[in-house]
Design a protein around this ligand. Structure first.
Ligand code: NAP
Ligand code: MG
Length: 407
């Protein structure tokens, strides 16, 4: 057995709930601790500990990411009324992801994990398509009204001095109808733009940004303008140096182009477009359990996680003593993403190399046909062997040993 890889700066480790909490420990025990002297600052974001600390632990974990720069998070329960009863909670605590995102002011980037034995439904797609979704405003913070009869809807803007600076008629209703308003703020759009430019540079991939500024000549045009100004001011030279491009076009043009492209780009989307397109891209590539997700802040903090939830149904089976075949890929890739980033920031090439080899071991294990149940329908491997999570992790560890032994 070789010497374990050392770390200099700790990784912020955020534990979570249910089946993913079980997987979290199994992954550490089987694939990480035997090879790396893991240095982490541990925060338990399990719902009981959030309740005990009045959610302070979530805030503390986000502050720790600001201090150290990189975090890795397990899936967590966002309590609803049922969960308040199930876990005897004091309150319906807010989504930890929401709290962390608000504190880091980040954008979430999601990309599929591509393996040879699972073909995307779109046959030209060879490389992963990463989606960045702006997570503020638009219809998610809208104001809506149902007109029950004739009348006039107006848009009014009053400035802080109390002066009405804008008033215009939205529509004069002759009968029943609906009306909606929405907004966004330059500060949020700008940090979204910066996060996207930083991510594209980090991964050395092209950036596409889409909106509908031919129709929305002020609202969407504002998005386009902020992206363009930010690009020219701070990123144009860096993009040139990295050999990548920034490309703006209409959303319908991207949709038409993307199904003929080979993938490999970052597609930055406005809030609603990102909501819809990330689900489309995820399912066209295969499965939610095969997606990576990272929150990137405009200040350069990174938080890696799985994009799926706590896999509640599997957990209840686990509690009854059954072995489940839950797919640990997304959670493992959260760890490898975080370890590689830590390695990159600390100049620790051994750690980066380990993260790469672990990813290769996982992908090759799946390509050998050793899979969890969720991939049974998707995998085109010739000798399929559906195993439980524990068996999958053990077999992957065996393959990792082989890869690590190679020079
Ligand atoms: P979920 O945990 O994503 O699971 C939904 C279904 O998807 C599962 O029942 C399972 O299908 C399949 N699935 C998801 N991940 C899988 C994996 N790794 N391996 C195999 N199958 C997988 O969503 P949910 O059940 O709606 O939510 C459960 C809890 O997660 C909720 O309390 C929610 O608040 C939380 N949540 C957290 C996050 C986060 O922290 N990022 C995100 C979403 C949801 P089958 O049952 O058919 O096998
Ligand atoms: Mg959606």
């Amino acid at each position: 057995m070789n010497k374990k890889i050392e770390m200099t700066v700790p990784l912020v480790e955020m534990d979570g709930d249910e089946m993913t909490r079980i997987l979290w420990k199994m992954i550490k025990d089987t694939l990480l601790l035997p090879y790396v002297n893991l240095k982490t600052e541990y925060y338990d974001l399990g719902v009981k500990e959030r309740d005990n600390t009045n959610d302070q632990v979530t805030v503390d974990s986000a502050l720790a990411i600001k201090k150290y720069g990189v975090g890795v998070k397990c899936a967590t329960i966002t309590p609803n009324a049922d969960r308040v009863v199930e876990y005897d909670l004091k309150e319906m605590w807010k989504s930890p992801n929401g709290t962390i995102r608000a504190m880091l002011d980040g954008t979430v980037f999601r990309a599929p994990i591509v393996v040879n034995t699972i073909s995307p439904y779109v046959k030209t797609w060879k490389k992963p398509i990463t989606i960045a979704r702006h997570a503020y405003g638009d219809i998610y913070k809208n104001l809506e009204y149902k007109a029950e009869g004739p009348g006039k809807a107006e848009l009014v803007f009053t400035n802080n001095e109390g002066k009405e600076v804008f008033r215009d008629c939205i529509h004069e209703f002759e009968g029943k109808g609906v009306v909606m308003t929405m907004h966004n703020v330059d500060k949020s759009i700008e940090s979204f733009a910066k996060s996207c430019f930083n991510f594209a540079l980090d991964k050395k991939i092209d950036l596409w940004f889409s909106s509908k500024d031919t129709i929305s000549k002020i609202y969407d045009a504002n998005f386009r303008q902020i992206f363009q100004t930010t690009f020219e001011k701070s990123y144009e030279d860096k993009f040139k140096e990295a050999g990548i491009t920034y490309f703006y076009t209409l959303i319908d043009d991207v949709v038409a182009r993307i199904v003929k492209a080979e993938g490999g780009m970052l597609w930055a989307c406005k809030n609603y477009d990102g909501d819809v397109m990330s689900d489309l891209v995820a399912s066209a590539f295969g499965s939610l359990a095969m997606m990576t997700s990272v929150l990137v802040s405009p200040d350069g903090y990174f938080e890696y996680e799985a994009s799926h939830g706590t896999v509640q149904k599997h957990y209840y089976k686990h509690l009854k003593g059954a072995k489940t075949s839950t797919n640990p890929m997304a959670t493992i890739f959260a760890w490898t993403g975080a370890l590689r980033k830590r390695g990159e920031l600390d100049g620790n090439s051994e750690l980066m190399n380990f993260a790469n080899k672990l990813e290769t071991a996982c992908i090759e294990t799946i390509d050998m046909g050793i899979i969890t149940k969720d991939l049974d329908q998707l995998s085109e491997a010739t000798n399929k062997n559906v195993v439980n999570s524990e068996e999958w992790l053990n077999l992957t560890a065996k393959h990792l040993e082989v890869l690590l032994a190679q020079k």
